[in-house]
Design a protein around this ligand. Sequence first.
Ligand code: SER
Length: 339
Amino acid sequence: MRKRISLITGANGEVGQGLIRDLSDSGDAPLLALDIKPLKDELRPRVMNSIEGNILDQDLLDYLNSQYEITTVFHLAAFLSTRAEFTPEAAHRVNVQGTINLLQLAIEQSQWQARPVKFVFPSSLAAYGLPDLETKAAAPPLKEDDYNQPITMYGCNKLYCEHIGRYYANHYRQLAPQQESFYVDFRSLRFPGLISAYTVPSGGTSDYVPEMLHAAAKKQPYASFVRPDTTIPFMAMPDAIKSLLALADSPREALTQTVYNVTSFTLSAEAAAERVRQGFPDAQITFAEDRNRQHIVDTWPAMLDDSAARRDWGWQPDYDEERAFNEYLIPVLKEQYSS
Ligand code: SER
């Protein structure tokens, strides 16, 4: 008998950790955590099993296929946008081949289980690429299909994987003679920058806001790598987890597209610094632009249009800017770093 589980890849990342906490509290299917690094000790009691391994290791994926009945895959493992630019081909292997490996696992599972396995995939505002700051300033909140010309390896990878997921969901091996086939139930979210009170991201380009917050809470100076006027949308981590779970739980018939924008509030780096100073009056925040990272953020939209998610599956964030800083980020950070 194969053990029935939900699989989380990239389980040790920021989103993975939040997802494990929420899913284990809700008591649904037991969790199998997969990550390149050992799972954090405090999360171990929350999962049925945790495996240290690489999503490019086909033997490992074959082993998972033989041991487990996977009902849902939350495929979170990825190189983020800044890190991916240092080793673009390695990022492509993990972000694209890794995703195809997981989709292949999900389709094999769908076929022997004779029902579609759910595959939940976080994409990103990095899938957009606006040509210049004038266009960015004049643009309305972007819909999913606007300005899909990303300039980073990560953005190209995410955009392509959205398409490859749609292919596995609707058109996989469409010319092969088949009796009855079950495809993957692929669902994807495009996240804005995410901010967690518990963890700092590693290797992203929207990291300047979480970094300035965590530095202030630790009483350390911080130099933002983008200009004060740099503006993109953000979301508090609890809303990111809420949106992943809500999309995963939505009835298939309600979904009219495979990719949905979700967002909460738009913030300039200077406005973020002001919020941080209100919570931590001794914060020492300066601005020291990194030209390359700045260029990446300048191609990302200031606002996302998430009306399709609101319409199809009732998406609504709990944390606007005020609540995110004053009821979640600042109080939790103060408590965390006081001990
Ligand atoms: N936050 C991510 C990054 O900066 C984008 O999805 O890479």
